[in-house]
Design a protein around this ligand. Structure first.
Ligand SMILES: Cc1cc2nc3c(=O)[nH]c(=O)nc-3n(C[C@H](O)[C@H](O)[C@H](O)COP(=O)(O)OP(=O)(O)OC[C@H]3O[C@@H](n4cnc5c(N)ncnc54)[C@H](O)[C@@H]3O)c2cc1C
Length: 264
């Protein structure tokens, strides 16, 4: 077994260089997912590249969008004045992630890189049409999220920031797993450029997805009543020890209605 080396990169270029030199490297953000995964022997990197000194922790108000550095923690997003004012659904989402420790260590970049099917950010980023910036290119959220724990990131590709467009209104509601607070089903609702957007996390067999039927109903009438007679097909929904597909279908509608009501 090779020895594990820890390296703190001073820049994005150095992080990439460290990655290339190693046989099986992993970038380290807050370690909230990576360290438990290593403890369970599910991954065994020979090098951990800590991104803490890469100047990737920032929140910039760019007018029509907010640019968030990959190493920005959930707490910083939850407590950000500008995000609270301009995308309060995102601030609320971040404030409900895990527990205090997870929010203080966990980062938006680590969460988006991991693409856990029950993670909260994918719903916000897909609904709002966010851009994921890497050290090589930019990807729209719809191209970026591919499947459960699968993204469009290539080997060694580093997320540097995420640009989130500012909507007219937004809200996020989830039915949390009582132990972890991950979403059994979570819905981000947004109204942007006079159009409604609904994205669902926690429930899809292929990860985050848009609920187009719900969006069409909201385009006619932005109210929770507009969703009342719709049914979300159980086909394509996750069924596991936490919740059946039928229960998730019910939760998605409930969370969507709550989010739409909160936006209003
Ligand atoms: C108890 C618990 C409860 C949680 N509850 C929730 C919840 O309610 N909602 C929710 O959304 N999430 C939840 N999470 C996940 C949490 O939000 C973390 O953000 C997530 O675990 C990622 O952690 P991290 O940022 O520390 O990344 P790490 O664990 O350090 O890294 C995760 C993965 O991403 C890679 N990586 C990290 N940064 C980058 C980067 N910039 N570019 C490319 N790859 C990168 C790493 O190599 C690794 O493979 C929970 C986690 C725990 C432990």
């Amino acid at each position: 077994m090779s020895k594990l080396l820890y390296a703190k990169a001073a820049s994005i270029n150095e992080a990439e260089q460290f990655f290339i030199e190693a046989e099986e490297a992993r970038y380290l953000a807050g370690g909230m997912t990576l360290l438990p995964t290593m403890r369970q022997r599910l991954v065994a990197p020979d090098r951990l590249i800590d991104l803490a000194n890469c100047q990737l922790s920032y929140i910039k108000d760019e007018g029509s969008f907010i640019k968030i550095g990959a190493m920005t923690t959930h707490s910083q997003i939850a407590l950000s004045d500008v995000i609270g004012r301009k995308i309060n659904g995102l601030a609320h989402l971040a404030s409900g992630i895990g527990d205090r420790q997870v929010r203080h260590r966990g980062t938006i970049g680590g969460s988006v890189a991991n693409n856990d099917p029950a993670a909260c950010y994918p719903a916000a980023l897909l609904a709002l049409g966010a851009q994921i910036h890497t050290h090589k290119r930019e990807l729209t959220a719809s191209d970026y999220f591919v499947d459960l724990f699968e993204t469009a990131l290539e080997e060694g590709e580093l997320i540097t920031a995420i640009s989130v467009p500012v909507p007219q209104k937004s809200a996020y509601f989830k039915a949390p797993n009582p132990a972890s607070r991950y979403a059994l089903a979570g819905v981000f609702a947004a109204f942007m450029d006079d159009k409604p957007y609904l994205a669902v996390t926690g429930a899809g067999e292929q990860g985050v997805f848009r609920w187009h039927e719900g969006e069409a109903a909201l385009a006619e009438n932005w109210s929770k009543e507009a969703l009342a007679n719709l049914t979300i097909s159980e086909e394509g929904l996750l069924s596991d020890i936490h919740a059946s597909a039928a229960f998730r279908s019910h939760l998605v509608k409930q969370m969507a209605q709550k989010a739409v009501e909160a936006c209003a």
